[in-house]
Design a binder for this molecule. Sequence first.
Ligand code: PRT
Ligand code: ZN
Length: 287
Amino acid sequence: MTMEKIRIAIQKSGRLSEKSLALFTECGINLTAGSGKLMADSADFPIEVLFLRDDDIPQYVADGVADVGIVGENVVKEKHKTIDIAERLGFGRCRLALAVPKIVNYTDVTYFEGKKIATSYPDILDEYLKKKGVNAEIHEISGSVEIAPGIGLADGIFDIVSSGSTLFSNNLKEVELVMNSEALLVANQKLTEAKRKIMNDLIFRIRAVQKARRNKYIILNAPVKNLDEIVRVIPGMKSPSVVPLMDKGWVSIRSVIAEKDFWEIIERIQELGAQGILVIPIEKMII
Ligand code: PRT
Ligand code: ZN
């Protein structure tokens, strides 16, 4: 009897490759071959990894050649294949936006009426323009979209923006945000029961890793007189553990705090007399 596995498609080389592989490692899934090969498998988890161009991933997953895949939301939306979004992965964040030359006196989206827009995402753009009631000519190109206005190929562009530095260095400015994107775990809609179970195991691990990333373990010494107030600031998962110190006026507190509230919490508890604050990264978190 062969053990059931799931086959997952990830980007072969590009902006999502490294983070996709890092996610497997953090989930305790070590792969046997490098990303240079077409496929890899793992001794730790019933998984087989297929390395592809990101544009091909939705189709492979829709066809069932791969059971699941990791791909940008922008690509999923552009390809509109019939696949499920199984989990949002929180990396590869970017946005799809319209941009025009800096010198343009832009007021609103009607600027694009009768204009030429260069993009690698014609379907998403077309849908957006229809919704806005704007008629523009969509010029599909597969790369270096940002140079199109400079060489007279288009009046504006519709492209992925992350820091905005590519737009800046090409004398363009972002004028309309069309969609936000992040990496998604996508799945074939007709997975067998056994494969669905493996996928859910994978999602369970991914969530534990993500939760851990969003939180920090904190240890600190606190004066007993302010204990109640300090505990209100760092409530912990259930409630913090409080350990007495030899010095009767002090206790040691251990708790978990959210990364995003980190500096605010540290400031508050310092005001309340906390000392010797240690902040420790968490590897996995299962509640
Ligand atoms: O070869 P393959 O087809 O697999 O890769 P690709 O070249 O099509 O894609 P790749 O590797 O560039 O990006 C893969 C995915 O990463 C995209 O589909 C997005 O979901 C996501 N992502 C996140 C980005 C960016 N951030 C990003 N900044 N994809 C592209 N960019 C490019 C953008 O096209 C522009 O040229 O970076 C430039 C803008 O960046 P800033 O920081 O200058 O604004
Ligand atoms: Zn691509």
